[in-house]
Design a protein around this ligand. Sequence first.
Ligand SMILES: *Cc1c(COP(=O)(O)O)cnc(C)c1O
Length: 408
Amino acid sequence: MSETPHLDARIPGRRLLQSPGPTPIPDAVLHALMGQPMDMGDPRVDETIAACETGLKQLLQTAEGDVFFFICNGHGAWEAAIENLVPPGGAVLVPGTGHFSESWAVQAEALGRRVLRTPWVEGLAIDPQAVAQALRDDPQHQIAAVFVVHTDTSSGITSDLAAIGEAMRATGHPALFVADVVASLGAEPFAMDALGVDMAVGASQKGLMCPPGVGFVATSARALSAARANPAPRFYWDIVLRKSDLSYRKFCGTPPQNLLAALRVALGLLQQEGLPQVLARHRRLAALVHAAVEGWAQGGALGFFAQQPARRSNAVTTITVPPGTDVNALRALAREDYQVAFAGALGPLQGRGFRIGHLGDQNPASLLGAIGAIEAALRAQGVPVGDGTGAAVRWLAQSAAPGASPAA
Ligand SMILES: *Cc1c(COP(=O)(O)O)cnc(C)c1O
């Protein structure tokens, strides 16, 4: 027995990680993490950075954009968006989608920005017309940017970025369109240039199948000019300072070499599988979980939090539980006894549900195992559930492989 137990202490087999982030890491990505540091002048460092920039731009589907990396999590990337795009005294509009939009809004307020919100209606996606109305109500154009969370990882809802962008443009308001794709990139279609997104905000530990530690923003030319014109005091987060060919400038110091080596491999894996195939796999895994939830719901106690089926996320499913259910006990039982880790609900949903992540390096067999174990935990805790596992098995048996039918 080791004196200093590893983070992932020895368990027989492999613990399934059904969290919407961090997500399971492919072996090839884990191996890429293990390397000696390189000296800062080694051309392999620049080459790794360039490969990450190129791979990420392909994934984001931006030809024009710049990518800026930070050593941080998603909250750091949020801060980069706030500090670069919203001038002191300026305002930001944050459409309500749940816990994540509200957390971003609170962070912007903490940094001294004025925040306008559209109301969050539980169970529903962002209403594009509410966003447009809030912009029309700002004839002075004080709103510098609209911060849209694409997939709210707490509510398990993906909002329609195309409709939101269209509604925004129809108002003629010049606010920048900023999208948080932390939980959606690699799971939902996202095409930055085609959507007219000015800044995409992401992090390494969700659909990108890497450890936490690298956040990034990708910018349109318009967003970069806005940052250039923004007098807000900042340094580490300043993308203007980071626009450089020198890696030391790009990272405001030492680049996280091992994490970048891992990200490069992960982006390569996604490219090798093919983006349409990656998205089809996520749609299929989401449908598998949806089949299980419909089966469980037959017991009369569980249900979907997301009320609009078309807006249910392909990355994570949020499931409501009856009052009095001890979600933490469910999670502990599943994690410690059955080796399946899943997530609780956050913010205003805390205690009212749980979440199954189906994001990243996942396949139908591992997901079926997780579904079965979660059902066992629900039954062991006396929650009345229908035969969700059987329903998922039956759904899988009649579903076509993603290659055969992309709509599956
Ligand atoms: C996870 C997540 C974040 C925050 O990321 P951290 O790495 O935990 O700081 C932000 N936005 C969304 C949509 C997320 O899913």
